[in-house]
Ligand binder design. Structure first.
Ligand SMILES: [Mg+2]
Length: 248
């Protein structure tokens, strides 16, 4: 499992026994590991070098892991961050999603599942953007997509974060909810479809109201030329995967 893509992992937890455990395992796999006991140490480590993956606890003295997640994502939106917590209530899941976490891992950590996640990140060559403010839908889609070999889903809960991600990462494709809390998913879809350098990225639009979308799509904006697919919510996941495979 040692990989080319995940060369360095930064692990943050106030439980040093846990971080040392994780460090030992990753170290055996040839992965460079950085350890931090709190958010401040993590920020220092983040300033020192780039990390291919960050794994953070939520409850820590000082700033908590979700505040840390927000800070790291402002500095480097494209760096995948896993959040681990023993208290994965709705609010934590929502905040983690809104701040751009790749996934939330439950404590006590299932090390096999954890390593599988690290491996997924490692072998992923095709980053796919998923934009939906529905945290549970988004994390379900991310789970399903990451089962596709080579695909690394990057969830975003709003337009603003999705745009910053799209600046940092050259996405292979995007799944975009039409109605986002801070704006119109179709705008983002068009930005990805018609990039300044002339390259194009296929987009799947997810909407409960495909009729409204059809009315808005003019003939001259290129929405209907095959790179944009519309999926009506609720949709069957196999159907989504099939459309995605056709596009990428
Ligand atoms: Mg803790």
């Amino acid at each position: 499992m040692p990989s080319a893509a995940v060369t360095s992992v930064l692990v943050i937890d106030d439980n040093e026994e846990l971080t040392e455990n994780i460090a030992e395992i990753l170290d055996d796999l040839g992965v460079e590991v950085g350890l931090a006991r709190d958010a401040d140490e993590a920020i220092q480590a983040f300033e020192r070098q780039a990390w291919s993956l960050v794994v953070t606890d939520v409850r820590m003295p000082g700033r908590d892991g979700l505040e840390l997640l927000e800070i790291l994502k402002r500095r480097s939106p494209g760096t995948p961050v896993l959040v681990m917590t023993g208290y994965a209530d709705r609010d934590t899941l929502r905040r983690a999603h809104e701040s751009g976490a790749l996934a939330v891992v439950h404590k006590p950590i299932d090390l096999d599942a954890f390593l599988e996640l690290v491996e997924r990140v490692a072998v992923a060559e095709a980053p796919v953007l998923i934009v939906d403010d529905d945290a549970s839908l988004c994390s379900n889609l991310a789970d399903v997509l990451s089962e596709e070999r080579g695909v690394l889903p990057h969830p975003a809960a709003n337009l603003d974060f999705a745009r910053r991600l799209a600046e940092a990462i050259d996405f292979r494709a995007a799944l975009i909810d039409l109605r986002l809390p801070d704006g119109d998913g179709l705008l983002l879809a068009r930005e990805l479809l018609h990039r300044p350098d002339g390259s194009r990225r296929p987009v799947i639009i997810m909407t409960g109201y495909p009729e409204g979308l059809r009315e808005r799509s003019g003939e001259d904006n290129g929405d209907n030329d095959g790179d944009m697919v519309v999926l009506t919510k609720p949709f069957a996941v196999p159907n989504l995967l099939e459309r995605l495979r056709e596009l990428v």
